[in-house]
Design a binder for this molecule. Structure first.
Ligand code: ZN
Ligand code: ZN
Length: 365
Protein backbone atom coordinates (compact mmCIF):
# COMPACT_ATOMS: atom_id res chain seq x y z
CA UNK A 1 0.00 0.00 0.00
CA UNK A 2 0.97 3.67 -0.32
CA UNK A 3 1.81 5.88 2.62
CA UNK A 4 3.24 9.38 2.88
CA UNK A 5 6.42 9.64 4.91
CA UNK A 6 9.20 12.09 5.81
CA UNK A 7 12.51 10.57 4.71
CA UNK A 8 16.00 11.47 5.89
CA UNK A 9 18.34 10.74 2.97
CA UNK A 10 21.44 12.54 4.32
CA UNK A 11 22.48 14.01 7.64
CA UNK A 12 22.28 17.80 7.91
CA UNK A 13 19.75 17.83 5.05
CA UNK A 14 16.01 18.57 5.37
CA UNK A 15 13.57 15.68 5.53
CA UNK A 16 11.81 14.93 2.23
CA UNK A 17 8.07 14.28 2.43
CA UNK A 18 6.92 11.91 -0.31
CA UNK A 19 4.88 8.83 -1.08
CA UNK A 20 6.42 5.50 -0.15
CA UNK A 21 5.38 1.90 -0.43
CA UNK A 22 4.47 0.09 2.76
CA UNK A 23 4.53 -3.72 2.66
CA UNK A 24 1.87 -5.76 4.41
CA UNK A 25 2.47 -6.72 8.06
CA UNK A 26 4.23 -10.07 8.47
CA UNK A 27 3.68 -12.54 11.32
CA UNK A 28 3.46 -10.77 14.70
CA UNK A 29 3.44 -7.36 13.01
CA UNK A 30 0.79 -4.65 13.05
CA UNK A 31 -0.21 -2.08 10.44
CA UNK A 32 -1.08 1.19 12.20
CA UNK A 33 -2.73 4.27 10.71
CA UNK A 34 -0.93 7.00 12.62
CA UNK A 35 -2.96 9.90 14.00
CA UNK A 36 -0.04 11.92 15.31
CA UNK A 37 3.64 11.83 16.23
CA UNK A 38 5.44 14.16 18.63
CA UNK A 39 8.65 15.87 17.54
CA UNK A 40 11.52 14.64 19.74
CA UNK A 41 15.19 15.55 20.12
CA UNK A 42 16.25 11.95 19.47
CA UNK A 43 15.05 12.32 15.86
CA UNK A 44 17.09 15.52 15.61
CA UNK A 45 20.20 13.69 16.87
CA UNK A 46 19.94 11.41 13.83
CA UNK A 47 19.36 14.34 11.46
CA UNK A 48 22.46 16.15 12.73
CA UNK A 49 24.62 13.01 12.72
CA UNK A 50 25.14 13.13 16.50
CA UNK A 51 23.53 9.71 16.66
CA UNK A 52 24.81 7.72 13.64
CA UNK A 53 22.08 5.69 11.94
CA UNK A 54 21.74 3.81 8.62
CA UNK A 55 20.14 5.94 5.90
CA UNK A 56 17.73 6.53 4.33
CA UNK A 57 15.41 6.33 7.32
CA UNK A 58 11.87 7.32 8.25
CA UNK A 59 12.24 8.90 11.70
CA UNK A 60 9.60 9.39 14.39
CA UNK A 61 9.16 7.31 17.55
CA UNK A 62 6.46 9.13 19.56
CA UNK A 63 3.34 7.98 17.75
CA UNK A 64 -0.26 7.08 18.40
CA UNK A 65 -2.77 5.65 15.98
CA UNK A 66 -5.34 3.03 15.16
CA UNK A 67 -4.60 -0.56 14.20
CA UNK A 68 -5.70 -1.15 10.63
CA UNK A 69 -4.54 -4.73 9.96
CA UNK A 70 -2.60 -7.38 11.82
CA UNK A 71 -0.28 -10.12 10.61
CA UNK A 72 -0.53 -13.82 11.40
CA UNK A 73 -0.36 -14.77 15.05
CA UNK A 74 -1.07 -11.32 16.48
CA UNK A 75 -3.13 -11.75 19.65
CA UNK A 76 -2.63 -8.65 21.78
CA UNK A 77 -4.32 -6.12 19.43
CA UNK A 78 -6.95 -6.19 16.70
CA UNK A 79 -8.09 -3.80 13.93
CA UNK A 80 -9.73 -0.72 15.41
CA UNK A 81 -7.69 -0.77 18.63
CA UNK A 82 -6.06 2.51 19.61
CA UNK A 83 -2.35 2.19 20.35
CA UNK A 84 0.70 4.14 21.42
CA UNK A 85 4.02 3.17 19.90
CA UNK A 86 6.57 1.63 22.24
CA UNK A 87 10.01 2.59 20.97
CA UNK A 88 11.39 0.01 23.35
CA UNK A 89 9.49 -3.21 22.65
CA UNK A 90 8.73 -5.68 25.41
CA UNK A 91 8.41 -9.36 24.52
CA UNK A 92 7.24 -10.60 27.92
CA UNK A 93 9.39 -13.73 27.57
CA UNK A 94 13.06 -12.76 27.84
CA UNK A 95 15.12 -12.76 31.03
CA UNK A 96 14.66 -8.99 31.49
CA UNK A 97 10.91 -9.04 30.90
CA UNK A 98 10.42 -12.03 33.21
CA UNK A 99 12.43 -10.26 35.89
CA UNK A 100 10.17 -7.22 35.74
CA UNK A 101 12.43 -4.95 33.69
CA UNK A 102 10.71 -4.76 30.30
CA UNK A 103 12.36 -1.47 29.30
CA UNK A 104 15.58 -3.54 29.10
CA UNK A 105 13.94 -6.24 26.92
CA UNK A 106 16.31 -8.47 24.94
CA UNK A 107 14.69 -7.25 21.71
CA UNK A 108 16.82 -4.11 22.18
CA UNK A 109 19.81 -6.21 21.09
CA UNK A 110 18.40 -6.58 17.57
CA UNK A 111 18.98 -3.81 15.01
CA UNK A 112 16.21 -1.32 15.63
CA UNK A 113 16.17 -0.10 12.02
CA UNK A 114 14.79 -3.45 10.80
CA UNK A 115 11.82 -5.47 11.94
CA UNK A 116 12.66 -8.74 13.65
CA UNK A 117 13.25 -10.68 10.42
CA UNK A 118 16.09 -8.30 9.53
CA UNK A 119 14.24 -6.51 6.71
CA UNK A 120 12.12 -3.39 6.37
CA UNK A 121 8.51 -2.85 5.33
CA UNK A 122 9.25 0.55 3.78
CA UNK A 123 10.25 1.06 0.14
CA UNK A 124 10.88 4.05 -2.13
CA UNK A 125 11.13 3.20 -5.84
CA UNK A 126 11.91 -0.38 -4.84
CA UNK A 127 14.75 0.68 -2.53
CA UNK A 128 14.42 -0.24 1.16
CA UNK A 129 14.06 2.57 3.72
CA UNK A 130 15.14 1.94 7.30
CA UNK A 131 12.74 2.03 10.21
CA UNK A 132 13.61 4.13 13.25
CA UNK A 133 13.34 2.33 16.59
CA UNK A 134 10.86 0.06 14.77
CA UNK A 135 8.28 2.88 14.84
CA UNK A 136 8.89 5.41 12.00
CA UNK A 137 6.01 7.61 13.04
CA UNK A 138 6.64 10.48 10.61
CA UNK A 139 4.35 8.74 8.16
CA UNK A 140 0.65 8.30 7.64
CA UNK A 141 0.96 4.56 8.24
CA UNK A 142 3.54 2.17 9.62
CA UNK A 143 4.21 -1.50 10.20
CA UNK A 144 5.30 -2.09 13.79
CA UNK A 145 6.15 -5.09 15.94
CA UNK A 146 3.30 -6.50 18.00
CA UNK A 147 5.73 -6.08 20.92
CA UNK A 148 6.10 -2.41 19.92
CA UNK A 149 2.50 -1.25 20.26
CA UNK A 150 0.66 -0.61 23.52
CA UNK A 151 -3.17 -0.73 23.50
CA UNK A 152 -4.78 2.33 25.10
CA UNK A 153 -8.30 3.51 25.94
CA UNK A 154 -10.36 4.68 22.95
CA UNK A 155 -11.65 7.92 24.43
CA UNK A 156 -8.19 9.49 24.76
CA UNK A 157 -7.28 12.06 22.04
CA UNK A 158 -4.55 10.44 19.94
CA UNK A 159 -3.03 13.78 18.90
CA UNK A 160 -2.33 14.50 22.57
CA UNK A 161 -1.52 11.13 24.11
CA UNK A 162 1.05 10.36 21.40
CA UNK A 163 3.39 12.39 23.63
CA UNK A 164 3.28 9.63 26.23
CA UNK A 165 4.95 7.31 23.70
CA UNK A 166 8.33 8.94 24.38
CA UNK A 167 8.82 12.30 26.09
CA UNK A 168 6.13 12.08 28.76
CA UNK A 169 7.01 8.62 30.04
CA UNK A 170 10.74 9.21 29.53
CA UNK A 171 10.47 12.29 31.76
CA UNK A 172 7.95 11.15 34.36
CA UNK A 173 8.92 7.48 34.67
CA UNK A 174 12.35 8.03 36.27
CA UNK A 175 10.71 9.89 39.17
CA UNK A 176 8.25 7.08 39.87
CA UNK A 177 10.15 3.97 38.75
CA UNK A 178 13.85 4.61 39.17
CA UNK A 179 14.30 7.21 41.91
CA UNK A 180 10.94 6.38 43.53
CA UNK A 181 10.91 9.94 44.90
CA UNK A 182 9.05 9.95 48.24
CA UNK A 183 6.77 12.76 49.47
CA UNK A 184 8.72 15.69 50.89
CA UNK A 185 11.92 14.99 48.95
CA UNK A 186 14.00 17.68 47.27
CA UNK A 187 14.52 17.40 43.54
CA UNK A 188 16.57 19.24 40.90
CA UNK A 189 15.74 18.94 37.21
CA UNK A 190 18.35 20.00 34.66
CA UNK A 191 16.61 20.80 31.36
CA UNK A 192 13.04 22.06 31.17
CA UNK A 193 11.95 21.19 27.63
CA UNK A 194 9.29 18.73 26.53
CA UNK A 195 10.80 15.89 28.57
CA UNK A 196 12.05 17.74 31.66
CA UNK A 197 8.66 19.37 32.19
CA UNK A 198 7.35 15.85 32.77
CA UNK A 199 10.05 15.13 35.33
CA UNK A 200 8.95 18.31 37.12
CA UNK A 201 5.29 17.41 36.81
CA UNK A 202 5.85 13.88 38.15
CA UNK A 203 7.88 15.24 41.07
CA UNK A 204 4.94 17.50 41.94
CA UNK A 205 2.54 14.56 41.56
CA UNK A 206 4.44 12.36 44.05
CA UNK A 207 4.66 15.21 46.56
CA UNK A 208 8.25 16.42 46.32
CA UNK A 209 8.74 19.50 48.53
CA UNK A 210 11.39 21.47 46.64
CA UNK A 211 11.44 21.11 42.87
CA UNK A 212 14.33 23.15 41.50
CA UNK A 213 14.27 23.73 37.74
CA UNK A 214 17.54 24.49 35.94
CA UNK A 215 17.81 25.78 32.38
CA UNK A 216 19.56 28.49 30.38
CA UNK A 217 16.41 29.81 28.70
CA UNK A 218 14.02 32.13 30.52
CA UNK A 219 10.96 30.81 28.64
CA UNK A 220 11.71 27.23 29.70
CA UNK A 221 12.08 28.29 33.34
CA UNK A 222 8.68 29.98 33.10
CA UNK A 223 7.17 26.77 31.76
CA UNK A 224 8.85 24.84 34.58
CA UNK A 225 7.02 26.95 37.16
CA UNK A 226 3.72 26.33 35.36
CA UNK A 227 4.37 22.59 35.60
CA UNK A 228 5.19 22.59 39.30
CA UNK A 229 8.75 23.82 39.89
CA UNK A 230 9.09 25.66 43.19
CA UNK A 231 12.41 27.32 42.29
CA UNK A 232 14.00 28.33 38.97
CA UNK A 233 17.76 28.60 38.40
CA UNK A 234 19.13 30.24 35.26
CA UNK A 235 22.40 28.39 34.65
CA UNK A 236 23.48 31.04 32.14
CA UNK A 237 23.57 33.58 34.97
CA UNK A 238 24.71 31.65 38.05
CA UNK A 239 26.39 28.40 39.09
CA UNK A 240 23.50 25.94 39.38
CA UNK A 241 25.35 23.62 41.79
CA UNK A 242 25.97 26.36 44.35
CA UNK A 243 22.47 27.75 43.96
CA UNK A 244 20.84 24.33 44.40
CA UNK A 245 22.91 23.68 47.54
CA UNK A 246 21.74 27.01 48.96
CA UNK A 247 18.08 26.31 48.19
CA UNK A 248 18.02 22.66 49.27
CA UNK A 249 20.25 22.87 52.36
CA UNK A 250 22.13 19.73 53.52
CA UNK A 251 24.66 20.35 50.75
CA UNK A 252 22.36 19.45 47.88
CA UNK A 253 19.16 17.76 46.75
CA UNK A 254 17.99 14.22 47.43
CA UNK A 255 17.46 13.53 43.72
CA UNK A 256 18.81 15.16 40.56
CA UNK A 257 17.49 14.43 37.07
CA UNK A 258 19.55 15.28 34.02
CA UNK A 259 17.29 15.85 31.02
CA UNK A 260 19.68 17.62 28.63
CA UNK A 261 22.25 15.06 27.53
CA UNK A 262 25.65 16.77 27.91
CA UNK A 263 28.76 16.02 29.92
CA UNK A 264 28.53 19.32 31.75
CA UNK A 265 24.93 18.95 32.89
CA UNK A 266 25.40 15.33 34.01
CA UNK A 267 28.43 16.35 36.09
CA UNK A 268 26.52 19.34 37.49
CA UNK A 269 23.53 17.15 38.35
CA UNK A 270 25.71 14.69 40.25
CA UNK A 271 27.46 17.54 42.09
CA UNK A 272 24.11 19.04 43.06
CA UNK A 273 23.14 16.03 45.20
CA UNK A 274 24.17 15.66 48.84
CA UNK A 275 26.07 12.63 50.15
CA UNK A 276 23.99 9.54 49.41
CA UNK A 277 21.88 11.38 46.84
CA UNK A 278 20.79 9.92 43.53
CA UNK A 279 21.28 11.28 40.01
CA UNK A 280 19.26 9.88 37.11
CA UNK A 281 20.37 10.57 33.53
CA UNK A 282 17.42 10.91 31.15
CA UNK A 283 18.97 13.08 28.42
CA UNK A 284 20.42 11.40 25.34
CA UNK A 285 24.04 12.45 24.79
CA UNK A 286 25.68 12.66 21.36
CA UNK A 287 27.66 9.48 20.63
CA UNK A 288 31.18 9.65 22.07
CA UNK A 289 30.28 11.77 25.12
CA UNK A 290 32.40 10.92 28.21
CA UNK A 291 32.23 12.02 31.83
CA UNK A 292 34.96 13.22 34.20
CA UNK A 293 33.90 12.35 37.73
CA UNK A 294 35.84 12.45 40.99
CA UNK A 295 35.35 8.91 42.40
CA UNK A 296 35.13 10.42 45.88
CA UNK A 297 31.55 11.22 44.89
CA UNK A 298 30.84 7.48 45.01
CA UNK A 299 32.68 6.91 48.31
CA UNK A 300 30.19 9.44 49.63
CA UNK A 301 27.54 7.00 48.42
CA UNK A 302 26.12 9.09 45.65
CA UNK A 303 24.32 7.02 43.03
CA UNK A 304 24.56 7.79 39.32
CA UNK A 305 22.18 5.87 37.10
CA UNK A 306 19.92 6.35 34.08
CA UNK A 307 16.76 5.20 32.40
CA UNK A 308 15.16 4.92 29.01
CA UNK A 309 11.41 5.06 28.33
CA UNK A 310 10.79 5.67 32.02
CA UNK A 311 12.67 2.65 33.32
CA UNK A 312 9.51 0.90 34.47
CA UNK A 313 6.80 -1.15 32.81
CA UNK A 314 5.90 0.59 29.57
CA UNK A 315 2.80 -1.53 28.92
CA UNK A 316 1.20 -0.35 32.16
CA UNK A 317 2.95 3.01 32.60
CA UNK A 318 1.65 4.41 29.27
CA UNK A 319 -2.03 3.64 30.03
CA UNK A 320 -1.53 4.83 33.64
CA UNK A 321 -0.30 8.26 32.54
CA UNK A 322 -3.13 8.50 30.01
CA UNK A 323 -5.63 7.72 32.79
CA UNK A 324 -4.10 10.47 34.96
CA UNK A 325 -4.44 12.89 32.04
CA UNK A 326 -8.04 11.88 31.35
CA UNK A 327 -8.81 12.36 35.07
CA UNK A 328 -7.39 15.90 34.93
CA UNK A 329 -4.45 15.05 37.18
CA UNK A 330 -1.67 15.29 34.59
CA UNK A 331 -1.04 18.04 32.04
CA UNK A 332 -0.57 16.86 28.47
CA UNK A 333 -2.46 19.36 26.31
CA UNK A 334 -0.39 22.15 27.87
CA UNK A 335 2.79 20.46 26.62
CA UNK A 336 1.80 21.02 23.00
CA UNK A 337 2.97 24.35 21.62
CA UNK A 338 2.30 23.63 17.94
CA UNK A 339 0.31 21.21 15.78
CA UNK A 340 1.71 20.90 12.26
CA UNK A 341 0.98 18.81 9.15
CA UNK A 342 3.66 16.40 7.90
CA UNK A 343 4.55 18.84 5.10
CA UNK A 344 5.82 21.31 7.73
CA UNK A 345 8.01 18.85 9.59
CA UNK A 346 11.26 20.68 8.85
CA UNK A 347 9.74 23.83 10.32
CA UNK A 348 8.87 21.81 13.43
CA UNK A 349 12.54 20.90 13.86
CA UNK A 350 13.59 24.53 13.32
CA UNK A 351 11.26 25.55 16.16
CA UNK A 352 12.75 22.85 18.38
CA UNK A 353 16.31 23.98 17.62
CA UNK A 354 15.34 27.53 18.58
CA UNK A 355 13.92 26.33 21.92
CA UNK A 356 10.63 28.00 21.04
CA UNK A 357 8.34 25.06 21.76
CA UNK A 358 7.61 22.63 24.57
CA UNK A 359 6.53 19.98 22.11
CA UNK A 360 5.29 20.10 18.53
CA UNK A 361 3.01 17.39 17.23
CA UNK A 362 2.79 16.27 13.61
CA UNK A 363 -0.83 15.45 12.94
CA UNK A 364 -2.25 13.35 10.12
CA UNK A 365 -5.81 13.80 8.90
ZN1 ZN B 1 11.98 10.63 21.91
ZN1 ZN C 1 11.63 -9.08 26.61
Amino acid sequence: MKATAAILYDVKEPLVVEDVELLEPGPHEVLVRFAANGVCHSDLHVMTGDYPHPLPVVLGHEAAGIVERVGAGVESVKPGDHVCSSYIPSCGRCWYCINGRPTLCALRDKPRYFLLDGTTRLRKDGRPLHHFLQVSGYATHGVLLEEGVIPIRRDAPLDVVCLVSCGVLAGAGPVMNCAKVPPGASVAVFGCGGVGLNTIQAARLVGASKIIAVDVMANKLRWAEEFGATHAVDASKEDPVARIAAIAGRGGVDYAFEVVGTQQTIEQALASTHRGGMTVVVGVCPAGTRLAIDPTMFLQQRILTGTSFGGGHQRTDVPMLIDLFMDGKYKLTELISRRLPLGEINHAFDLMRQGEVKRSVIVYE
